[in-house]
Design a protein around this ligand. Structure first.
Ligand code: SPD
Length: 287
């Protein structure tokens, strides 16, 4: 019933638990891939945007809220920064932010759905931009869950999980076995990061996800920010590490390399964003 009107009257809305989050605009592409429904839109407010299975993923004029938040706390704080992994991230924004770190030698990106990348390159090229041609990017189309399951231990300095919401093809990215494999393939001075949904509109899965990551990793903490199109707008990313909560302390020379050209991220923003844990979440985590 809700889906029937999702893209009508020049409004494109994500429906979530009796609320809708929308933009006025027009649909450029709407197709079903082997895995999901892919929609590309254009809007006066935020430019072109991407939805998967009717849920907002990104839009040109607000994507930095998400991509800078998931990338820089991790890439600024891992002990070494030679090899990183992105699971998902098919619009290219996470890869673009990672590749701004010039000490990064290799970035493996494992995306399930080739069509998301093809359409992002064609319609949302200002999000992935030069990342797609960067020789450090090794892009493979396969299931990220299988990929981490089959790897040897201690491979990556940073692992970033940039998937969709915890349903459909991305459900397994919130699973304990998946996180255990991520910990196993992360080097001891490495940093893990994942999008961990909204403390408001996805409260249960948000809290469960942090709890599971805390069971698997020695250290883990959520960071809070905003992504204007997402349900409630209030969003979170959870960072984890093995040897210390190193994600709390960005390394000075890595800060220097990016800080003047970030739109959202700065060491001060990061510090506040880790501190901004809502009281009800903190209470739940301390139970
Ligand atoms: N509710 C949307 C969660 C989506 C997280 N991934 C977004 C992809 C941006 N690269």
């Amino acid at each position: 019933m809700e889906q029937i009107n999702q893209f009508s009257n020049n409004w494109i809305d994500e429906y979530h638990e009796g609320a809708r989050y929308g933009l006025r605009g027009k649909i450029l592409v709407n197709e079903k891939s082997d895995f999901q429904e892919i929609t590309i839109i254009d809007s006066p407010r935020y430019g072109r945007g991407l939805l998967l299975d009717g849920c907002w993923m990104t839009a040109e004029k607000q994507e930095k809220h998400y991509h800078e938040a998931i990338v820089h706390p991790a890439l600024c704080s891992s002990k070494n920064l030679r090899r990183a992994l992105i699971i998902g991230g098919g619009d290219g924004g996470t890869a673009r932010e990672c590749l701004r770190h010039l000490s990064l030698e290799q970035l493996d990106m494992i995306e399930l759905d080739r069509r998301v990348v093809e359409l992002s390159k064609k319609y949302l090229n200002c999000i992935g931009g030069s990342a797609w041609e960067d020789p450090r990017l090794k892009l493979c189309f396969e299931d990220g869950i299988e990929y981490v399951n089959n790897l040897d231990n201690d491979i990556y300095d940073v692992i970033i999980v940039d998937g969709s919401d915890a349903k459909g093809p991305a459900k397994g990215l919130f699973n304990k076995i998946f996180f255990q494999n991520c910990r196993r393939i992360l080097k001891s001075g490495g940093v893990f990061a994942t999008q961990s949904e909204s403390p408001e509109s996805f409260q249960k899965i948000h809290i469960e996800t942090i709890k599971i990551i805390r069971e698997v990793f020695e250290y883990a903490d959520p960071l809070y920010g905003w992504v204007p199109m997402y349900p409630s707008g209030w969003w979170s990313w959870t960072f984890a590490a093995i040897d210390s909560p190193r994600y709390l302390e960005p390394i000075p020379n890595r800060i220097k390399a990016i800080k003047d050209t970030c739109h959202i991220w700065s060491p001060t923003w990061q510090q506040g964003a880790f501190q901004a844990i809502p009281a009800f979440v903190e209470r739940e985590l301390n139970k």
